[in-house]
Design a protein around this ligand. Structure first.
Ligand SMILES: N[C@@H](CCC(=O)N[C@@H](CS)C(=O)NCC(=O)O)C(=O)O
Length: 215
C-alpha cells in the first residue's frame, strides 16, 4: 500500500477529530468511508473491536483509538503546535480535558441526544449534566480564545466535534444560553477551513474502488 488507510464515518465525532489532526499534520492517507451497519471485512480483520476510526499504517500497524490517531499524526508533523510540546503542564491539562470529554461528557451527550431512549428523565435533565462541562469550558475560554491559548491545541480539536453535537441537539437553546465564549469558540471552529475540509463528503468505500486520497 502507498499510503496509510483511514476507515472513517463522516458523522462520527471520533472520526472527525482524527481527520482534522491528519489534515493539520499534512500526512496523506487513503480515506475509506464506511457505514456503521455494514463495516467492511477488511476493517474488521484489522480491528475486531469494530469502531471507527481505524488507521492502518504502511507497516500494517493498526491504530484504532481516535486520540492515538491524532497523536500519531501530530508526531509525524505538528505545524500548528497542537501538542504544546514546550509545556508539560498544558499537556497534562489537555489529557484531563480529553478524559473528561470521552468518559463523562460523551455519556451525557448521548443521553441528551437520544433522550427518547432514556425515558426515566426528560432531555433537560441530561442536558444539565452535560452543562457542567460546558461551564468549565466556557470559563477557560473567558481566559483565552481557545482552551489553552490564543490558538487551537489538541484539546480544542479533540473536544470540538462533541460540543458541536451537543449544541445542535437544540441549537436555539445553545445560542440563547449564557455560554457566550463557548458559542464564539464553536463558531470559529465550524467556519475554519480545517473543519470544512475534514467534512468532505465521499462515497462509501467498496473493495476495488479507486483510492481517495485525503490531505
Ligand atoms: N474510543 C473510540 C470510540 C470510537 C467509537 O465509538 N466510534 C463509534 C462511531 S462514532 C463506533 O464506531 N461505534 C460502533 C458502531 O456503532 O457499530 C475512539 O476514540 O476511537
Amino acid at each position: 500500500m502507498n499510503y496509510p488507510i483511514l476507515y472513517s464515518f463522516r458523522r462520527c465525532p471520533y472520526a472527525m477529530r482524527a481527520r482534522m489532526a491528519l489534515l493539520s499534520s499534512g500526512v496523506t492517507v487513503e480515506l475509506r468511508e464506511v457505514l456503521l451497519r455494514d463495516k467492511p471485512p477488511e476493517m474488521l480483520l484489522a480491528s475486531p473491536k469494530a469502531t471507527v476510526p481505524v488507521l492502518i499504517l504502511k507497516d500494517k500497524t493498526v491504530i484504532d483509538e481516535s486520540i492515538d490517531i491524532m497523536r500519531w499524526a501530530l508526531k509525524q508533523n505538528d505545524p500548528e503546535s497542537w501538542l504544546m510540546a514546550d509545556s508539560p503542564e498544558k499537556q497534562e491539562l489537555v489529557n484531563t480535558l480529553i478524559e473528561e470529554n470521552d468518559l463523562v461528557f460523551k455519556q451525557h451527550l448521548d443521553h441528551y441526544k437520544y433522550a427518547d431512549r432514556y425515558p426515566a428523565y426528560p432531555a433537560e435533565y441530561y442536558r444539565e449534566h452535560g452543562e457542567q462541562f460546558l461551564t468549565k469550558m466556557d470559563s477557560m475560554l473567558q481566559q483565552s480564545e481557545y482552551l489553552l491559548a490564543a490558538r487551537p491545541s489538541l484539546a480544542d480539536i479533540a473536544l470540538f466535534p462533541f460540543i458541536r453535537q451537543f449544541a445542535y441537539v437544540d441549537k436555539n437553546w445553545f445560542d440563547a444560553s449564557n455560554y457566550k465564549c463557548l458559542q464564539k469558540w464553536l463558531e470559529s471552529l465550524l467556519v475554519s477551513p480545517l473543519f470544512v475540509s475534514a467534512m468532505r463528503k465521499i462515497d462509501v468505500w467498496q473493495a476495488g474502488d479507486e483510492s481517495v486520497l485525503f490531505n
